[in-house]
Design a protein around this ligand. Structure first.
Ligand SMILES: Cc1cc2nc3c(=O)[nH]c(=O)nc-3n(C[C@H](O)[C@H](O)[C@H](O)COP(=O)(O)O)c2cc1C
Length: 351
């Protein structure tokens, strides 16, 4: 049996006091009430089981900040009182099991369709439709409306309100979903942001919207409770990578320092992939960031332990293994085999 000294070490990052240097990566499961966006009792038990398994930080599935922020059926929200009350059951269950939990706050931007958002038109930095189909909906992405400056102020306010609502619901903090081609990443990316105002231009300029969202969330709940997730790859362009990853990470981390965010969660599909010669995303992140880094991407426990030991991650996040193994960490500790993640079997029930 291997001794995972780092993985099972307690750690404090910001206000999050974690039992182990592990996190459950945010994963959309689509088991909330589709009409109201309220989590069901099955969702409560799903998170309770992962907390009982000893995970350090649970980051919830993407949770939408407004009715227009939604892009998949059955995702939960955090903008109505009924949704807040529902989440209280989840946070209570996780805390009863000694866990810590952050809500991932989410706006999908153009990756939606009017039929998912009560007839509204999706909103995005520029009026350019994404290529492809809405997942689990089989309709093409709609052409979005370009957000005006006034709309941007409203949406930034919705992120801040969602963060406040998360604290009211008993969450220990929030993760801002700035990754994977959704609204914030649509501003960050040259493919979806053709604006000529202060929100468009070179990468540093395109990060303006993200900075405004982070600042508003920090003002609402504090930097110690705020995590920012970002990535190169996008759900509508999985192969997309920054042309110069070293420079991109420098630009992102400069922006993060400017707004005072403390905890970053760069998202890789494969944490071992080189983003620059001989350097993974996490080597690059550490080059420019002294503060806490959450790492992710097809990690095995051995790879996570090595990355923690090397100091390129402070917390290792696991996604799919935690869907197929609620007791993932117990199995790792005991040297027991893991159940392989099979989308066809594991995505259709919430266990
Ligand atoms: C079913 C599923 C749903 C996901 N939903 C989200 C999400 O809501 N928000 C997010 O930031 N990432 C989401 N992801 C990405 C995961 O957080 C994670 O980065 C990815 O699965 C890689 O980690 P893994 O290899 O350990 O699974 C999802 C991944 C899966 C498999």
């Amino acid at each position: 049996m291997k001794d995972y000294q780092k993985l099972f070490e307690p750690v404090k990052i910001g206000a999050f006091e974690l039992r182990t240097r592990t996190a459950m990566a945010p994963m959309t499961r689509s088991f909330s009430d589709n009409e109201t966006g309220v989590v069901t009792d099955d969702v409560v038990e799903y998170y309770r089981k992962r907390a009982a398994g000893g995970i350090g930080l649970i980051i919830t599935e993407g949770t939408v900040i407004s009715s227009r922020a939604k892009g998949n059926p059955g995702v939960p929200g955090i903008y109505t009182q009924e949704q807040i009350e529902g989440w209280k059951k989840v946070t209570d269950a996780v805390h009863q099991e000694g866990g810590t939990i952050a809500a991932q706050i989410w706006h999908v931007g153009r990756l939606s369709h009017p039929e998912l958002i009560k007839g509204q038109t999706p909103e995005a930095p520029s009026a350019i439709a994404a290529e492809g189909m809405v997942p689990r909906f089989r309709k093409p992405y709609a052409e979005p409306l370009e957000l005006s400056k006034e709309d941007i102020n409203r949406v930034v306010g919705e992120y801040a309100q969602a963060a406040k609502n998360a604290i009211e619901a008993g969450f220990d903090g929030v993760e801002i979903h700035g990754a994977h081609g959704y609204l914030i990443d649509q501003f960050n990316s040259e493919a979806s942001n053709k604006r000529t105002d202060e929100y468009g231009g070179d990468l540093a300029q395109r990060l303006t919207f993200m900075k405004e969202v982070i600042s508003a969330v920090i003002d609402a709940i504090g930097a110690d409770k705020t995590i920012i997730r970002f990535s190169a790859h996008k759900v509508d362009a999985m192969e997309y990578r920054w042309e110069d990853a070293d420079q991109a990470i420098k630009t992102f981390t400069d922006a993060f320092r400017e707004v005072g965010v403390k905890i970053i969660h760069p998202s890789a599909l494969d944490a071992q992939e080189n983003f620059a010669p001989g350097r993974t995303l996490y080597d690059l992140a550490r080059k420019y960031w002294d503060g806490p880094i959450i790492g992710v991407g097809d990690l095995t426990a051995d790879q996570a332990e090595a990355a923690l030991e090397k100091g390129i991650m402070d917390v290792a996040a696991f996604g799919r293994p935690l869907i197929s193994n609620p007791d993932f960490l117990e199995k790792v500790k005991a040297g027991r085999g893991l159940e392989t993640y099979e989308p066809k079997t594991h995505l259709v029930t919430l266990k």
